[in-house]
Design a protein around this ligand. Sequence first.
Ligand code: ADP
Ligand SMILES: O=C(O)[C@@H](O)C(=O)COP(=O)(O)O
Length: 410
Amino acid sequence: MRLGCIGDDFTGSSDLANTLAKQGMRVTQYSGTPGFDAARTVDAGVVALKSRSVDPREAVSLSLEALDWLKTQGCEQFFFKYCSTFDSTPIGNIGPVAEALADALGAKKVIVCPAFPGTGRSVYQGHLFVKGSLLSESGMESHPLTPMTDSDIRRWLARQTNLGVGHVAASSVFDGVDAIREALDKEQSNGKRLIVIDAIRDEDLLAIGRAARGLPLVTGGSGVALGLPANFGCTPSRVPWTGQQGRAVILSGSCSSATRRQVAVHSARYPAFEIEAADVVEGRLVPAVAAEWLLNTAGLPLVHSSADPAEVAKVQAKHGRERTANALENFFAETARRAHEGGVTRIITAGGETSGAVVEGLGLETLEIGPEIDPGVPALRAGPDLVVALKSGNFGADDFFEKADRVLQG
Ligand SMILES: Nc1ncnc2c1ncn2[C@@H]1O[C@H](COP(=O)(O)OP(=O)(O)O)[C@@H](O)[C@H]1O
Ligand SMILES: O=C(O)[C@@H](O)C(=O)COP(=O)(O)O
């Protein structure tokens, strides 16, 4: 293994794995830090953690454990993957984890770059934009767990860390690899260790990737990983895939705008079961009921709790943010387990936390990376009789669910 990656959620990890696989690396995604050695054929290992929304101390300890394992697998460079919308709170977890990894690796200048132009995320003058809106006006300001109310990544990150936060401006990035290296060195000599870099286009990310050659630690969205495989001699290639026949279901616990559109489009054509969060938290609706409905419903059935921000706020005010999230995540995990037990062979999930809960609930240890369904979302093989797609909240076209199932079938 040459590139060791730590993802702060499961959809994000598959997004990163997808980028690396398309650029020619042989990639495996692991659910949590494995208790076994990676296969010798793996070039890049992605340890998926559910560390985005936990206590910062837990996130640091999970990430350091993953780092230790990746080191023992022989990695030469490490990548910390977080969301292209920089999902975090004023106290973490991006800053604390990046700081701990930098200290553990003795990294003196660490790139921070959430840009992912393929999905409309760009960083300019240290500010993050999502499809033409500032991050704080993109809908992310009302995310159920990590509301992003400040688009200035430098300012937001500085609240989370004791390390100096620097910046490399677009003008240096446009001037190419040497200018980027010079700008990083300058920030380092000014005492800045976490350095936000502007990036607007894929070519910017490729240049940043080349400039990152030899740096022990790189952090960002999957975009900035675009240029890393070339540093290891890899070239873009077609990702092999054998499809999976059988029955499919969709589970969505994402309340992001893109998912809500996808849920609306899918519900107009296929059976859909909308669950009320309060029914789950208060125990009126149990997974057995949802699983039975899925197993008795033909077509491409969808179970979802993808409510709008006002409804989310209402249930959170009554039951608390964490309690509501945990109840729903456990609900989806158990529903998935029962559906798989009942013979389902293709599972499509929407939402990072939701997907993490489902993958852990199903006990899936490793995921092999297949072809891309929509930007940032690959098909994944979890075992001889199960394939999955883990869709990030704001990724995917409006007809994503139908399309995902076609790709999973092969
Ligand atoms: N109707 C709802 N009300 C409150 N919280 C919800 C509702 N539906 C889902 N959630 C919770 O909101 C969080 C959504 O996060 P996630 O699954 O990561 O989606 P996304 O990828 O869109 O951010 C999860 O913890 C989920 O359990
Ligand atoms: O970088 C991204 O945007 C994604 O890979 C990702 O991490 C999204 O997270 P969720 O929206 O919580 O699924």
